[in-house]
Design a binder for this molecule. Sequence first.
Ligand SMILES: NC(=O)c1ccc[n+]([C@@H]2O[C@H](COP(=O)([O-])OP(=O)(O)OC[C@H]3O[C@@H](n4cnc5c(N)ncnc54)[C@H](O)[C@@H]3O)[C@@H](O)[C@H]2O)c1
Length: 327
Amino acid sequence: MNVAIIGCGGMGSYHAQMAANCGARIVACVDAFPEAAKKLAATHGAKKALGMKDLAKILSDPGVDLVLIATPTPTHLELVERAAAAGKHIFCEKPFCRTSADCKKAIAAAKRGKVKLFVGHVLRYFHEYEALKAQIESGKIGTPGWVKMYRGGMFPVGSKKWFSNFDQSGGVTFDASIHDLDWLRYMFGDAERVYCQALQRTEPVLMDYAQMTIRMKSGLIATVVGTWAHPSGFRAKAEICGSAGLLYYDSAESPLSAQQRESGAGPGMIIPLGADSVSPYQLEWEDFLAWVRDDRKPRVVPEDGLKAVALAEAALKSAKTGQPVKL
Ligand SMILES: NC(=O)c1ccc[n+]([C@@H]2O[C@H](COP(=O)([O-])OP(=O)(O)OC[C@H]3O[C@@H](n4cnc5c(N)ncnc54)[C@H](O)[C@@H]3O)[C@@H](O)[C@H]2O)c1
């Protein structure tokens, strides 16, 4: 499988390695900054390194089978539409698009183009969260009633500081907590309503902190806290209380199979810890490639990406209006 990487920043570079680990070939790199494309192309021996204005050349190349989209979220829709129209299968980073309306357009574009469209909801591939899932499904804690999820760390920077433009990134509520929102849906079905309080500010310091209370259609109540207010480090927690017991996970006690890089300013990405465990990002690629090659249904379908965005969007609306929002 020949892959073109679109967006050669933090996640694009990491995904290129994950795709290569799965035996895919990185044949082209494209970025708004041609220098970033050149650097990544050199790492993987890709022959083509181009700026965005030359994207059409990559999309019309029959030697490219699929594309990875890892650009700032508001650009996803246009890139999905162009890649789908060119008949390329697509791996799109989460959040799928910046709005649920855009997600619907992206899904329609993939259908029109008859291409496979995968959304990178990577928490579904983390060993620790899969272990929680297995224990819940084994009935060990009875019927789950309350769930508390937490994800936090430094404020990510990104190219041109796009994460601190809340209109672009949606802040921690939309960009980071979406991992937990998707996992809640994956485990417990759809949400009924959400109430969210969020502190988003750039002055006097850059920070964002949000708490969401969600009632699922099943009646389960979940609290999701997301923070980009910490001076350093990364931490994720999950606690599930059921009728017969409690399960909990804390990355500070048992590190995640991928952890946030510590050096420099907040990188906004997580990278694998040890060589002994397969990165969940690689597991995503294995799943996506098996879908493309063998038509095996993956763990994440585009509608999951849409529903996660709709829930995060409802949380942002609630934070703005001060009222609970029904899904
Ligand atoms: N799954 C995860 O764990 C995870 C973690 C962080 C970010 N993300 C998501 O990945 C995506 C990229 O985030 P990132 O952290 O890699 O950001 P980044 O800023 O590090 O990288 C983005 C890259 O895209 C390039 N770019 C900007 N606009 C472009 C355009 N129109 N066309 C082509 N290239 C363009 C930039 O020059 C940069 O190289 C976002 O959607 C983000 O939410 C996912």
